[in-house]
Each structure stands twice: as structure tokens, then as C-alpha cells.
Design a protein around this ligand. Sequence first.
Ligand code: SF4
Length: 76
Amino acid sequence: MWLTALFGKAKNISSDLASYEKKLDRLDICNKCPHKKDNFKFLFIKKKGVPQCGICKCALIDKTIWQDEQCPKGKW
Ligand code: SF4
């Protein structure tokens, strides 16, 4: 999680935060997506109960907060 959080911060350093409503809308779409994983897993990092995108491997809580982030499948 810290690795993706760090990567996310570096990747999004010039990005604004999305509005709370936008984040909730994105998470709602992810929650219905067949690519969503319920438990985060990346290299040696495993986090139970932390949702992850099965395509880009981002932690969805972190990914959805950044304004310029995009769904790799074009769903949001
Ligand atoms: S970011 Fe896109 S592909 Fe990934 S879980 Fe969300 S809706 Fe699905």
C-alpha cells in the first residue's frame, strides 16, 4: 500500500484532488466492475479488505481521489 501510495503521489504530484462526489461515483463504478479485486496484492504486499483494480493494480481508494486519474477500461 505504501508503495502504491508513494507511486500515486509521485505520479499525481501536479494533479488536483477530485471532489468527494466524483470519488464516490468512481468507487461506485469500480464496485460493479468485474476487474475489481477485494484484497490488494502487489509483489510482496497483501492487504485484506483493500480494494484493487485488477487491470492497473492501483489501490482504488487512492486511485479514485486524483482528478486526472483514469480507469484503464474507460469506465470513468
Ligand atoms: S478502475 Fe476501471 S477497470 Fe479498474 S476496477 Fe475500476 S472500473 Fe474496473
